[in-house]
Design a protein around this ligand. Structure first.
Ligand SMILES: [Zn+2]
Length: 293
């Protein structure tokens, strides 16, 4: 327990420090993120991507906190079930408060769990394990709400109206927690490997740029899309994996590499064997510009 508290405190301290640093910076500048890929400048392209010990440690911390949050969610549910089964008259407000607490902890757990997977993703080689690890938040949401929903609808201590109100709230809790638990873009070791290699092939090393609010990562820091961002916005540099770990808006798939940068890199490399649809990308860029405004 002592160790866990220490970890929790260091996690919170790190988190606050990061926030303060970001607030203090007012000029547009690059924040160098420590690379998660020690094979940064290596030319060995057969290597499978792996997280650094530091990021693996961070992921473990997040997972421990996520599991504790989920246990607290389940505890709130058990308390609500116990109250419904063993108390008359049932305090409606207490059950509602417990459902809200259950939901809050379920969501906190899921958010941290998904973040941990971005730092230390699962491998797709074992499909079942990949599915379980990526979507654990969904299963936890079911465990943290379904028993309560069943108890509410089958309880003899509740009348029809009470069942309607409490059951409705619990079902909404189940749906919201379930939705928040799903990772719609689960990261994988294979995806990280493939994209790091692609960037390395284009640029010589796995180093990219991104902004906090952007949904893409870039190969050039003077990319027009980075310039277009608010001038006060900090942009960061690091490996592709760093981009995914530090910006949850960037989806872990091949579409997240800025096409303008990719085209430019291909041109600068003088590689005409990989023609990329210039026109489509230009249209996309213009469309994105309009949407962003
Ligand atoms: Zn770009």
């Amino acid at each position: 327990m002592f160790n866990f508290e220490k970890n929790l405190i260091s996690f919170i301290t790190n988190y606050s420090l990061n926030k303060i640093i970001h607030k203090m910076a007012t000029e547009k500048k690059i924040t160098r993120v420590e690379s998660t890929n020690k094979g940064d400048t290596s030319t060995n392209t057969n290597q499978t991507w792996a997280p650094t010990a530091e990021n693996k440690g961070k992921a473990t911390q997040l997972r421990v906190i996520a599991v504790v949050a989920w246990l607290l969610a389940i505890a709130a549910q058990l308390f609500a079930i116990w109250h419904i089964l063993h108390t008359t008259p049932i305090k409606m407000w207490l059950v509602i408060v417990l459902i809200v607490v259950d939901l809050a902890f379920a969501i906190v757990g899921s958010v941290l769990w998904k973040k941990s997977n971005r730092l230390d993703p699962a491998s797709e080689k074992n499909k079942l394990m990949f599915f379980l690890q990526s979507q654990l938040g969904l299963f936890t949401a079911i465990i943290a709400f379904l028993p309560l929903v069943i108890v509410i609808f089958t309880s003899k201590n509740l009348d029809g109206k009470q069942k309607g109100i409490l059951g409705g709230i619990a079902v909404v809790g189940l749906l919201v927690a379930g939705f928040m638990g799903i990772d719609f873009n689960p990261p994988s070791i294979e995806q990280y490997t493939q994209e790091s290699k692609h960037v390395e092939e284009l640029m010589g090393k796995d180093y990219v740029y991104w902004t906090k609010s952007g949904k893409k990562y870039h190969l050039y820091k003077d990319c027009q899309h980075l310039k277009g961002d608010r001038t006060t916005e900090i942009f960061e540099g690091g490996s592709v994996a760093d981009a995914y770990a530090n910006n949850s808006k960037i989806k872990p798939n091949a579409e997240s590499l800025c096409k303008t940068c990719e085209n430019r890199a291909v041109k600068e490399k003088g590689n005409s064997s990989e023609p990329i649809e210039d026109t489509t990308d230009k249209i996309k860029d213009v469309a994105e510009g309009i949407v962003n405004k």
